[in-house]
Design a protein around this ligand. Structure first.
Ligand SMILES: [Ca+2]
Ligand SMILES: [Ca+2]
Ligand SMILES: [Ca+2]
Length: 461
């Protein structure tokens, strides 16, 4: 926080309010207070956790969590947020990936309003210096079809991107392209869904030369009946040069939002099902690179489930979820496996009371800050796990919250909660990635009369 008046007020607020004064100010709490204040003082280059204090912080934060269940939310400074698009077009649905010092971003953007229908294309840009600077954007689709909702996966410096193209009003197809020169050039795009039914909600993941894409496909003659759909999977074992025939994985789901991730030979797919006769969050695993799949297992154990995300890192499998746009849930849930998805440890529910601040960093009391979290994203790398979501503070203001966890121990310990967007406009659809202990996040924000893709970075040491 660079404004000394705001800083003073913040300190006063922190000291005045009951979470400090009602309790004995233990050494642990004191350490936590100071560490939480540090980022505000050094707003130019935030380190989520300082080197020398790392262990203290871990201990104090988990201790703190146990003691009173209160969590402090850090409003991330806007000076650390970059507008990547900064144009008059509608720039939406950004997705981010990283590898070593490289950061890759794709999004959907309007290209003209003069056609009979809006045309949107898929744009790409990259940074080779840990997100300090970004290249000029490239138009990947450059087509008259409505191109939407890109997804990206990277393996070393190979980049794989899918999106949906509306071929005709009843038929969306999944389009695929790749780059093998770190994003300088991209291959001619190909249609990988190839069906007369609507193919949508695609997700992509890659491990070495194995590329997997899952999506939903409308059921036959279903248009006026329900939104029931199938889940299909397609894979390439040669870095996207060729694809096998797509495979039907799941019949008859509603609001499925399937997600795929993999490590080695293990391929994991999670999806949601809102059909009353078989509702829940499900996981299915293949141990032979997708040739065969085991029995699907149910991940949730109550009605608190919605769209999920999965992140696989070696033998660790992390699944997180919030709600859906059509279904309010006021918690963030996550489960973790440390044995290749064979067993899952504790169901973690992150709700509790959070010590909150408004946009001007005024203390707003402790309360249930998490409201209707949607578009939950999870990512993990080595010892770090980051969960981000779109949180409804009010109808007019949604913000992007991020929860940084340390998973050095078997049980995830809370480390820090951030408000990444921290602005009065509607901030939506986060995407996150971790590389070299840098956490990168983007989201779309409605500012200056149109949507922009905003970017920020947290260095966690
Ligand atoms: Ca824009
Ligand atoms: Ca287009
Ligand atoms: Ca906002």
């Amino acid at each position: 926080m660079t404004n000394p008046i705001l800083y003073d007020r913040f300190v006063k607020n922190m000291l005045n309010f009951s979470f400090v004064t009602d309790r004995v100010l233990t050494k642990m709490n004191y350490i936590l207070l100071i560490l939480v204040l540090c980022p505000f003082v050094n707003s130019n280059n935030i380190n989520a956790v300082y080197d020398s204090d790392y262990n203290d912080f871990q201990n104090s934060s988990s201790q703190h969590l146990k003691q009173d269940d209160n969590i402090i939310m850090i409003n991330y400074p806007n000076s650390n947020v970059t507008n990547l698009t900064n144009n008059g077009e509608d720039s939406i649905y950004g997705q981010i990936e990283s590898f070593e010092n490289n950061v890759y971003v794709v999004w959907q953007e309007s290209v003209t309003e003069s056609l009979p229908k809006h045309n949107y294309d898929i744009f790409f840009m990259k940074s080779e210096d840990n997100g300090k600077t970004f290249s000029k954007s490239i138009n990947l689709s450059n087509s008259t079809e409505f191109s939407e909702r890109p997804q990206i996966a990277v393996s070393n410096n190979s980049i794989f991107i899918v999106w949906m193209d509306t071929i005709n009003p009843n038929n969306k197809e999944i389009t695929f392209t790749k780059s093998e020169d770190n994003g300088k050039t991209f291959s001619k795009s190909i249609n990988i869904s190839n069906s007369s039914k609507n193919s949508f909600n695609a997700e992509i993941s890659v491990f070495n030369e194995n590329v997997y894409v899952v999506w939903q496909e409308s059921d036959e003659n279903d248009l006026d009946k329900s939104n029931s759909s199938k889940i299909r999977l397609i894979r390439s074992i040669d870095s996207g040069s060729s694809f096998k025939k797509s495979k039907l994985l799941v019949n008859d789901t509603l609001d499925a939002f399937p997600k795929v991730d993999l490590y080695g030979n293990n391929v994991y797919i999670v999806w949601n099902n809102e059909n009353k006769n078989n509702s829940g969050l499900f996981l299915v695993k293949s141990s032979d690179r997708g040739n065969n799949f085991g029995q699907a297992i149910k991940i949730n154990n109550d009605n608190n489930f919605g769209e999920s995300q999965i992140s696989v890192n070696k033998n660790e499998v992390l699944i997180g979820w919030g709600g859906l746009l059509t279904k309010n849930i006021d918690n963030i849930h996550y489960v973790k496996s440390n044995d290749d998805g064979n067993t899952f440890t504790n169901l973690n529910i992150f709700s509790k009371r959070i010590i909150g601040f408004d946009d001007a960093n005024n203390f707003t009391g402790s309360g249930d800050v998490i409201k209707n979290p949607v578009n939950v994203e999870v990512t993990s790398f080595n010892n770090l796990t980051f969960i981000a979501w779109q949180n409804s503070f009010s109808e007019q203001n949604e913000d992007i919250l991020g929860l940084l966890l340390n998973n050095q121990k078997e049980k995830n310990n809370y480390v820090q909660l951030f408000n990444l967007s921290n602005n009065p406009s509607v901030s939506e659809c986060p995407s996150i990635t971790i590389s070299n202990n840098n956490i990168y996040a983007i989201w779309e924000d409605y500012i200056n009369g149109n949507h922009e893709i905003l970017f920020t970075k947290i260095s966690a040491r």
